[in-house]
Design a protein around this ligand. Structure first.
Ligand code: PLP
Length: 413
């Protein structure tokens, strides 16, 4: 997966880290914060978190847990109360029935995926990852000696994998398919029919496990319903790991609370790994997650509307900038505009921008808008913007981008 980082004292570092790239999204977000701290007026569109505060009743759940002395270790895989709340949520929202032995609670969805890869991958095992992908999937696979099999799904196919693409990517070594819908970084989501067709391919290949990263489940727009593969095709449930959490839906990114639901043999293995690494997720965050999952859900509709308004705004504005082409995604809070036409253009300073990384760096420096280059997600010539900021901030960001991008000249050299 390209160049890893070089550490001081590199001789001491394990071979498995040679290829590891630190998260580019977190790095760019940090860079934007550092520039801000230096007094620059940076608009940060790199962050993958809602801008709303965690709802008060969820915070109250945490406070009550602390007051009640729930400040000690819990069962490694999660408290019975939280597992029960997750089981009810999966039944309510996804029509899927799980037992407590089929659910594990971890420190974020990220840890669930990490543990799943660690628990299952042997050297050379292949993991199919449609691109554009969330930055951590291929890195985690590589870390555990697996081979990421990247299936390119360009904008022309709405960044979605076709059943034919999937069929062609499966080999006897395929261990997992990772599906993320709605997607980070594109916001596109698979429809029921699209998932059904993918499911029919998977039914022909019983050795393939499926990881459904449903973290953006509740952020679907225009009244479109959310579907997860195991609900669409119940046959696949016994080899599906559902990954979800409270970070995005309840604006709880800092609480570090995610969960997985899947076959008990896998959940047991993932729990065993956790028992030798982090132990349980924070007891207070677990209580807060119970309050989130069992408390009022109607506020989600308001948040969804607010994200939808922002999506509408940002898509329209981006499409007005010559050289930028942006799809109208169905969910999450990202857009992933195509900027191929801007490649090779000259800045007023006379520099030629040859790739999306240079474009991003220039736009950060001159427009003071921080975004992430598409190449970080396995699809160059795009930019990822998170629109989880106020409409006012978005307007300012779009004004700046329009002004700076319009200043580029088509280069004749
Ligand atoms: N999966 C996807 C697709 C994400 O975008 C993110 C966060 O950005 C995660 C998983 C991780 O979520 P958590 O905060 O629960 O670890």
């Amino acid at each position: 997966m390209g160049q890893g980082i070089s550490y001081p004292g590199v001789m001491m570092i394990a071979n498995r880290l040679q290829a590891l790239k630190p998260s580019p999204t977190l790095m760019l977000s940090q860079k934007a914060s550092d520039l801000k701290a230096q007094g620059r007026d940076i608009i940060n569109l790199t962050v993958g978190e809602p801008d709303f505060p965690t709802p008060s009743w969820i915070c109250d759940g945490a406070t009550a847990a602390m007051a009640a002395g729930q400040t000690k270790y819990t069962a490694v895989g999660g408290t019975p109360a939280l597992k029960n709340a997750i089981i009810k949520k999966l039944e309510r929202d996804n029509h899927l029935t799980y037992s407590a032995a089929e659910v594990v609670v971890s420190c974020g969805a990220k840890q669930v995926i990490f543990n799943a890869m660690m628990a299952t991958l042997n050297p050379g095992d292949e993991v199919i990852i449609p691109a554009p992908y969330w930055v951590s999937y291929p890195e985690m696979v590589t870390l555990f000696s697996g081979n990421p099999v990247i299936v390119s799904c360009p904008q022309a196919q709405e960044f979605k994998m076709s059943p034919e693409d999937l069929e062609a990517a499966i080999t006897p070594k395929t261990k997992w398919l990772i599906l993320n819908s709605p997607s980070n970084p594109t916001g596109t989501a698979y429809s029921y029919e699209e998932l059904w067709k993918i499911a029919q391919v998977l039914r022909r290949h019983p050795q393939v496990m499926i990881l459904c990263d449903d973290i953006y489940e509740h952020l679907m727009f225009d009244g479109e319903p959310f579907h997860t593969l195991a609900d669409v095709e119940k046959d696949l449930k016994s080899r599906t790991l559902i990954v979800n959490g409270v970070s995005k839906t309840y604006s709880m990114t800092g609480w570090r609370l995610g969960y997985g639901a899947g076959p008990s043999w896998l959940i047991q293995a993932m729990t065993d790994i956790q028992s030798q690494s982090t132990s349980n997720a924070c007891s207070i965050a677990q209580a807060a997650a119970v309050a989130a999952l069992e408390g009022p859900q109607d506020f989600i509709q308001e948040w969804r509307q607010s994200f939808q308004d922002r999506r509408n705004y940002v898509v329209e504005r981006l499409n007005q900038i010559p050289g930028v082409e942006c799809l109208n995604p169905q969910g999450a809070f990202y857009v992933f505009p195509d900027c191929l036409d801007l490649m090779g253009r000259k800045t007023p300073q006379g520099d030629r921008l040859v790739n999306d990384t240079e474009l991003c760096a220039y736009l950060l420096e001159v427009a003071e808008v921080a975004m992430v280059p598409g190449s970080a997600f396995g699809m160059p010539n795009h930019l990822r913007l998170s629109y989880a900021v106020s409409l006012e901030t978005l307007q300012k960001a779009c004004d700046r981008l329009e002004r700076v991008i319009s200043s580029f000249q088509i280069s004749d050299t």
